[in-house]
Design a protein around this ligand. Structure first.
Ligand SMILES: C[S@@+](CC[C@H](N)C(=O)[O-])C[C@H]1O[C@@H](n2cnc3c(N)ncnc32)[C@H](O)[C@@H]1O
Length: 218
């Protein structure tokens, strides 16, 4: 039986150099985000973004929802994966970095495919359910303490055969360290177990960057 290859520092460097194809707009967005300082850690890894784009394409998703926009890199990758008529609705409870995100959406000619909503993720998603909105693909990358809520709300918003992708499910490796008992780590552990046992879905836990849970609603 094949086993999981240990991802050491050298292999991380290899994955970052060979597992991703360089892209000018994305590099500029990454560099401008880095200048923001510590908050830049919130940005998805480019390899993850590349994966999001492919999944949006091969799933032929038309309506996409994102919770957690920050400077808009994941939004941009998702938008790129959609057809001309496709739309990404992105929710964030802060408008602080929206102008920066918009600058790169515009540079990449993706503005017409993106709708930005400022609000609390749980409230906005609940109001979408109340209005019977549906989505084909949902990307969750916001506050970790709400991950169980976002997962349940997403299942309500998703069409059958729809996809949920959740970032940070390895939480820098803390999920495997029993000494780590803070609420964010425990919520992510609870979510990973819930998904594993949830007969409503099929899933794959991918160790790409900080871990992506890849879920299909039956
Ligand atoms: C990890 S960052 C998202 C990174 C983004 N996906 C990217 O590609 O750069 C998390 C974002 O979630 C937002 N957020 C935190 N709590 C939230 C909440 N309760 N509702 C909506 N957004 C929230 C933060 O403002 C932050 O921009």
């Amino acid at each position: 039986m094949s086993t999981q290859t240990e991802i050491n520092e050298a292999l991380v460097k290899y994955l970052q150099s060979v597992g991703y194809r360089e892209d000018k707009t994305i590099t500029e967005l990454e560099n401008e985000t880095l200048k923001l300082g510590g908050v830049s850690q919130m940005q998805i890894a480019k390899e993850q973004g590349q994966f999001l784009e492919i999944i949006a394409k091969i799933s032929k998703a038309n309506k996409c929802l994102e919770i957690g926009r920050f400077t808009g890199m994941s939004t941009l990758f998702l938008a790129r994966g959609l057809s001309e008529s496709g739309k990404v609705v992105t929710i964030d409870n802060s408008d602080e970095f929206l102008p920066l995100a918009k600058k790169y959406w515009e540079l990449d000619n993706m503005t017409s495919k993106i709708e930005s909503i400022i609000g609390e993720g749980v409230e906005v998603m609940q109001s979408m359910i109340d209005r019977q909105h549906t989505y084909d693909l949902i990307f969750i990358d916001a506050d970790k303490n709400n991950y169980l809520n976002y997962y349940e709300l997403s299942l309500n918003l998703l069409v059958p055969n729809g996809i949920i992708i959740i970032d940070n499910v390895l939480w820098h490796g803390d999920v495997a360290d029993e000494a780590k008992q803070d609420s964010q780590t425990n919520t992510i552990r609870d979510l990973n177990l819930k998904i594993q046992n949830d007969t409503r879905v099929e899933f794959s836990l991918l160790p790409l960057s900080d871990g992506l849970s890849f879920i299909r609603k039956k």
